[in-house]
Design a protein around this ligand. Structure first.
Ligand code: ADA
Length: 577
């Protein structure tokens, strides 16, 4: 799915800003006519943002949130196809324009759109109503809650709300909303794969149109032009870039390829920023442009005070600046696909990304054929959206699943097959937290990723005494699977400003010592190709006795202030290439 763009043949307007909001606590808003307009008690709400931290009475509202936005449809857009697009809305979403249902979508982190020109009043105001149903559902992906209260769940004390993952279930229109025009027969999709031949870069493209048509497609960048005839819905071609500057870590060489579609009836165009690079797993090495990579970075979250999961440019600018300062070269989109603009930022900064699905907390009860089909659909949506980003170098299909049964093996085999069928250019992984024998999925994946908390959840208070256990655990995974390994999570909670001598849990000294020593331990293993500290910044979680308002494992605070460990990593990561 292409990101909205303004150009010769496309107009664009963003509907972000102040909307109206109504918390439907009785859950009967649709029957009460809310698709025709919100009640008088509706109140201001900012979009994009989660609703939970905008009003204190909405903090623990995990239900049906209704939004309203009045917008003007330009008269000169009349007779042109008009699209309405949401970057992401939490839960089960339904969208009405002038009381006509135009869109439905389920999922928290991927875009969806529909043509709405048939229900628009051009040259007038129009009413947009959005229902974001964020009711906690034990069968959603991720499974938002287990039936009833679960006191003392394995691994975590009970939490409120009771979810199967360690971040707050925010609700709302959390990414931008766009109105845009495009030709009826538009450039529907572009897939770009890149290669290197000698000193030349190859940009191999497949362009799809909305309708069957005759015409031509012209792809160009600089004085390189590739023109292919079109008879159907698909055109393929290669652009050859002599003396190409490859996209690489810290070298974000991008080529703005302009695609023009010309048919007898209409024209369209789209500009796509392409990074020429190759990615390959070769034995124990992860090769980018033929050179081995060691991933230094973080697991992150889309999370900030008041915004909740709402997208904000300033936070993205701040985070990338801090990642550059500390010497990070990568991050994982834990535990869901992030906003497209974050991936574009990674493209522009030469930062590697492990793109992760929203499948966190999968457990044996989920390994059913119907849930697998749902998961395949989400993988397809994620790859369709993100496949052209050079920064994405690997797909992670799950975080910390229980993966022991034959049903689990079939589920993870099915997901792997889906990902490979949709993208044969990137390695795949999933992130494990249990032991090798509890991970029957790995034979179908390319890289082993493990989350291990020795000195925290295992051997609390014992950093030195658990180092050998940590090394032995890494060895067990390598001995069983023989695949390169990234430690995708390790770390400790540290309350900023809390100091102890000798270092004790929850102090900055303890986090600092643990991260430094475990990083050094990873560097001893030639099959270890990466260290991602959990987490980049403190982030909001559910309430539980193990979380002090937020998860405190951040290297930075939630407001992005550095803890002691940030300075240590700055030293270690700027020394290690
Ligand atoms: C798990 C999980 C993270 C976070 C972490 C922690 O590894 O993947 O989301 O919950 O533990 O802080 O305990």
């Amino acid at each position: 799915m292409l990101y909205p763009q303004e150009n010769l043949y496309r107009n664009l307007t963003k509907l972000d800003g102040m909307w109206r909001f109504f918390a439907d606590r009785e859950g009967n808003g649709e029957a009460k006519g809310l698709p025709g307009g919100l009640p008088k008690e509706a109140r201001d709400i900012a979009v994009p943002a989660s609703w939970n931290e905008q009003y204190s009475d909405l903090f623990h509202f995990h239900g049906k949130g209704w939004y309203e936005r009045i917008f003007f449809a330009p008269l000169d857009w009349d007779s042109r196809p008009v699209w309405l697009r949401f970057g992401a809305v939490s839960g089960v979403c339904k969208v009405w324009v002038n009381e006509t249902l135009v869109l439905e979508h389920t999922g928290n982190a991927l875009p969806f759109e529909a043509r709405i020109d048939n229900v628009l009043h051009f040259g007038q105001e129009n009413r947009l109503i959005v229902l974001a149903d964020s009711t906690l559902d034990p069968w959603s992906l991720p499974p938002a809650s287990l039936e009833g209260r679960q006191e003392g769940r394995v691994g975590f004390a009970s939490s409120y709300p009771n979810v199967t993952y360690d971040f707050f279930p925010y609700g709302g229109i959390q990414r931008s909303v766009w109105l845009y025009t495009a030709p009826a027969n538009r450039i529907e999709d572009i897939t770009v794969k890149t290669d290197v031949q000698g000193t030349a870069g190859i940009i191999r493209f497949t362009l799809k149109t909305t309708a069957i048509c005759k015409g031509k497609v012209i792809a160009s960048v600089g004085d390189q032009v590739c023109e292919v005839s079109l008879d159907g819905v698909e055109a393929r071609g290669d652009l050859r870039i002599p003396d190409a500057k490859l996209w690489d870590i810290g070298q974000p060489n991008l080529y703005a390829v302009n695609f023009v579609l010309e048919t007898d009836e209409s024209k369209d165009c789209y500009r796509l920023d392409c990074g020429i690079r190759t990615v390959k797993v070769d034995g124990n090495r992860f090769l980018l442009n033929g050179k081995p990579v060691f991933f230094k970075g973080f697991g992150k979250h889309e999370d900030y005070s008041i915004l909740g999961k709402g997208y904000n440019d300033a936070i993205v600018v701040k985070d990338f600046g801090l990642m550059r300062w500390i010497g990070a070269n990568s991050f994982r989109t834990s535990h869901y696909p992030y906003d497209e603009q974050i991936l574009s930022m990674a493209d522009r900064h030469g930062v590697l990304v492990i793109g992760e699905t929203p499948f966190v907390g999968l457990n044996e009860r989920m390994y059913r054929p119907d849930i697998l089909e749902k998961a395949k659909g989400v993988i397809a949506e994620m790859i369709a959206r993100d496949k052209n980003h050079p920064s994405i170098v690997m797909w992670s299909l799950a975080n910390e699943p229980n993966c022991e049964s034959t049903e689990a093996e079939q589920f993870f085999k099915g997901m792997a097959e889906t990902a490979r069928s949709l993208d044969d250019t990137r390695p795949i992984t999933y992130v494990a937290h249990l032991e090798p024998e509890n991970n029957v999925g790995y034979p179908y994946y390319d890289v082993v990723c493990i989350n291990k908390y020795y000195g925290w959840y295992v051997g609390a208070g014992l950093i030195d005494e658990t180092l050998d256990e940590f090394k032995a655990c890494m060895d067990r995974f390598y001995q069983k699977f023989g695949k390169p390994m990234i430690v995708t999570e390790f770390g400790a909670d540290a309350i900023a400003g809390m100091h102890c001598d000798p270092p004790q849990m929850f102090s900055e000294e303890y986090q600092n010592e643990m991260v430094a020593k475990q990083f050094e331990a990873m560097c001893e293993k030639d099959y270890c190709i990466g260290a991602h500290v959990w987490a980049f910044a403190d982030f909001k979680t559910c309430q539980s006795i193990s979380r002090i308002i937020v998860n405190r494992k951040g290297v930075f605070t939630r407001e992005r202030e550095p803890k002691m460990v940030a300075h240590t990593l700055h030293r270690l990561w700027n020394e290690k290439n």
